[in-house]
Design a protein around this ligand. Structure first.
Ligand code: GLC
Length: 507
């Protein structure tokens, strides 16, 4: 809550992630673009989401499909122009929605003019903008491993020194201990804030601080890549700097950070004392087994281990991970996962296409393009039943997800029993209930495979029940609860089908 006791918008919001390459193409090159997003805003308004986060659309050589940025303050021609962006944000705001952009502070592209300058000579004024080190003998400065494989250092023949990259060699890490880097990247934040964005999703923000001594990673960690363990105290002061900058703008601009550290305590530290990130992605559901004890334990830990004032988030899928429908293996379980996502305490993030129950595409070897093996979850959004599914080409940059002829927006809008309608009903229920948006959460003891929790806010109450088992389960409800949304065809609320769930309200 802010000083006046208002709940900031992002705590009440449901945020929808758009991966722009795969949302909607208008140009006819088989790659989605900004005008395509604008064209489909009515779908999002109909669905009932409050805000969108758009993955990078900046100028980029696309070695990591936009997460290698060569100009932070321009739109890549593949996606459109700055004028397209201005139109998009105006259309988003017109519909009462908000827009978050992706900010990639840890690394630039190796084609960014800053890096070209930095690598040009040891005496370049921008040499210190990146991490350059002498090797040890013929080898790299230390034993760190990069994400996507290989070592985290590349030798640059021209100057005989090595540069650090926690991701691809085409993604050199910026040196955030250099005040000029801090100033230049703050300018980038201002550029987008001045254009009206409502906040930022911040890419691998936990990685930006580095120990200048670059110590070897302990041998017991083996070949584990650095991204999962990079956690320097210096990062927190840098984040406090972003927070001050963002908070100085009117309109409750927000930040949500990607922190790829496994344990909740580490994650919690990125909220600071209310002076670091507004939100941190909670990726625990991506790894949780589909069992009652796994979900119970995870919910309990989030409730217990996040400090007071740290607002939780929930994530089922994104552009880096197999989709929830593919992981869980059935529509029934994916439906109950959606119920949980949209009724737990905290801000939910929906990944484009999860509302259709999409599975990962099967991508033949000849069409694989991502160095991180993540093509399947990035398959294009099917909008209609036609052969091009609403795209101007039949064969976009990646193959369609399975069953695109029936799992598309048009077909699912026509079917009140579809996953799409379930998401829409859950979003409407959430909007209509203070308990779901802001209430506390109490897990209910119980036996068997059924997980139950209650949400309460000043007299408004909801009960959520999910059966994680392969068989139907009976539950005993106190009199007075009626089903508000059921994940399957509505039946006896005291008899939950396998993997079925329901949201109940007092009758
Ligand atoms: C984040 C992004 C991922 C990207 C990586 C490097 O993890 O989500 O897509 O490859 O950062 O920028």
């Amino acid at each position: 809550m802010d000083a006046d006791g208002h709940v900031p918008w992002w705590r009440d919001a449901v945020i929808y992630q758009i991966y722009p390459r795969s949302f909607q193409d208008t140009g006819g090159d088989g790659v989605g673009d900004l005008p395509g997003i604008e064209r489909r805003l009515d779908h999002l308004a109909w669905l009932g989401v409050d805000a969108i986060w758009v993955s990078p659309f900046y100028r980029s050589p696309m070695a990591d499909f936009g997460y290698d940025v060569s100009d932070y303050c321009d739109v890549d021609p593949l996606f459109g122009t700055l004028a397209d962006f201005d139109r998009l944000i105006a259309s988003v705001h017109q519909r009462g929605m908000r827009l978050l952009v992706d900010w990639v502070p840890n690394h630039t592209s190796d084609r960014h003019p800053w890096f070209l300058d930095s690598r040009s000579s040891r005496s370049s004024p921008r040499r210190g903008w990146y991490h350059w080190r002498d090797g040890r003998g013929d080898g790299p400065p230390n034993n760190w491993r990069a994400a996507f494989g290989g070592r985290a250092w590349t030798l640059d023949e021209l100057t005989g020194q090595w540069y650090l990259h926690l991701f691809l060699p085409q993604q050199p890490d910026l040196n955030w201990s250099n005040p000029e880097v801090v100033a230049a990247m703050h300018e980038v934040l201002r550029f987008w804030l001045d254009r009206g964005v409502d906040g930022f999703r911040i890419d691998v923000v936990h990685c930006i601080g580095k120990d200048p001594a670059f110590p070897d990673q302990p041998a017991e960690l083996g070949e584990i890549d650095r991204v999962g363990i990079q956690n320097e105290p210096a990062t927190h002061e840098l984040i406090r700097g972003f927070r001050r900058l963002v908070d100085a703008y009117p309109g409750q601009r927000t930040t949500v950070g990607e922190v790829q550290l496994g344990d909740l305590e580490a994650l919690a530290s990125f909220y600071g004392a209310g002076d670091e990130l507004h939100m941190v992605f909670n990726f625990l559901p991506l790894r949780a087994a589909w069992t009652r004890p796994a979900w119970w334990g995870m919910i309990e830990r989030v409730e217990r281990d996040l400090p007071a004032g740290a607002w939780p988030t929930w994530v089922l899928s994104n552009h880096d991970e197999p989709r929830v429908r593919s992981r869980l293996g059935s529509d029934a379980a994916a439906r109950s996962a959606a119920l949980l996502l949209l009724t737990l305490r905290g801000t939910p993030f929906i990944y484009q296409g999860d509302e259709l129950g999409l599975e990962d595409a099967v991508v033949p070897e000849s069409r694989r393009v991502d160095p991180g093996g993540r093509d399947g979850c990035r398959a294009p959004m099917p909008w209609d039943r036609g052969p091009g599914h609403g795209w101007p080409v039949r064969d976009p940059w990646l193959p369609w997800p399975p069953q695109a002829g029936t799992r598309n927006v048009e077909a699912e809008r026509d079917d009140p029993g579809s996953m799409l309608h379930l998401y829409r009903r859950l979003l409407a229920a959430r909007r209509g209930s203070a308990a779901l948006r802001r209430g506390d959460l109490v897990l209910r003891e119980g036996a068997g495979d059924v997980l139950a929790f209650e949400r309460n806010c000043e007299g408004d109450r909801r009960l959520v029940v999910v059966n994680f088992g392969n068989r139907s389960s009976s539950i005993r409800l106190e009199p007075g609860w009626v089903v508000e949304v059921s994940t399957g065809p509505e039946g006896d609320p005291e008899r939950l089908p396998p993997h079925g769930g329901a949201l109940l309200r007092p009758g």
